[in-house]
Design a protein around this ligand. Sequence first.
Ligand code: SDX
Length: 393
Amino acid sequence: GTGMFTYDPGFTSTASCTSKITYIDGDEGVLLHRGYTIEDLAKNSNFLEVAYLILKGELPSASEYESFVNNVTYHTMLHEQINHLVRGFRRDAHPMAVMIGLVGALSAFYYEDLDVEDPKKREIASFRLIAKMPTIAAMAYKYSVGQPFQYPRNDLGYAANFLYMMFGIPCEPYKVNPTLSKALDRIFILHADHEQNASTSTVRLIGSTGASPYAAIAGGIAALWGPAHGGANEAVVKMLEEIGSVDRIPECLARAKDKNDSFRLMGFGHRVYKNYDPRAGVLKESADQVLAELGQKNNPKLAIARELEHIALEDDYFRDRKLFPNVDFYSGIILEAMGIPTKMFTAIFALARTVGWIAQWSEMIEDPEQKIGRPRQLYKGPAQRPFVAIDKR
Ligand code: SDX
């Protein structure tokens, strides 16, 4: 055969869609993008090359890669009106609220992209979204700290440019830190796509009605915000702060196991992985290396996270339920060590996941079999009954 394989997990009847983009084996802890393992991609590739692979299905040749990078680079600026739009928000608005608003508003600026049936326009919308998400995310941050917006710099790489827009200021020359850019680029790779998670399914459902891709991605950002999904990276760092020291770990685990306590071990457990999330494995290694390079070898949060993982993996409650660290468990520690404010963690997840969202959206639109999404339900309400006038009730 073509080397392609159709993995039928036996629940095709409930599967929401077919896709050729990402394959997850939850029991084995395997994650493939177009057949390449996430470990290989994180080690050998970079985010825009992985974006090309996820969008187009193959690793690019040098010239294909160069033209893809140019297409993304030359769409990084926002319509100047957006600079005024953002000023309508309160300064302390959560960056995810701002991103939902600004990305949704892009459909008010790019009318031609509303013709989703035209493959050329779908491609331009993809370039625009991948290119503008860093600019929008950085704008949300700058607005929250009362600093001027930094226009994108096309001479910088994708991750370096995002760091520049986040931390550059007009009165100082900006020095790119290759350690930070490389670490951030790897974090982007690890968050790029993940099959039919809640936010991707949301994007597919919105897109299936023929709505604008900007409206679909705004819906994805909204779904990702929840602490049970992308918001977990922010919740993990808050949890580690709350634990405060290694000797308070048993108390935290006891609360996580207590059904009457809503506290959960954030960054642990997964709807699909019943084994170690391979992304968490890469991030665990990367945390050591990045924190050491940043002179934070003895970062207290990393020490607590490592001990927490060690104890939880020995604990029957977590083992019986096959609860392992997921992508969010270590990512926040690295981001915080890099100086990224906690409130921006999920915005960074959304920035990277835009590649997966837009690739899955395109795949759905291109599928001749695809119809408008229409999940069904199991009805558990009352049987048909006659109306009763109010004076008879
Ligand atoms: C992401 O879907 C994706 O692919 C998402 C994602 C992506 O890339 O898009 O991978 C990104 O969202 C990762 C998940 C981030 N969320 C968190 O870390 C929040 C903490 N995790 C939990 O909220 C939970 O694990 C979920 C939401 C992730 C999954 O919830 P489920 O489906 O209820 O978990 P489960 O069915 O496997 O639970 C089995 C048991 C249950 O207890 P019992 O009823 O069997 O006694 O384990 C318990 C759960 O209550 N449990 C936990 C727990 N997670 C599950 N108990 C304590 N702490 C936890 N973290």
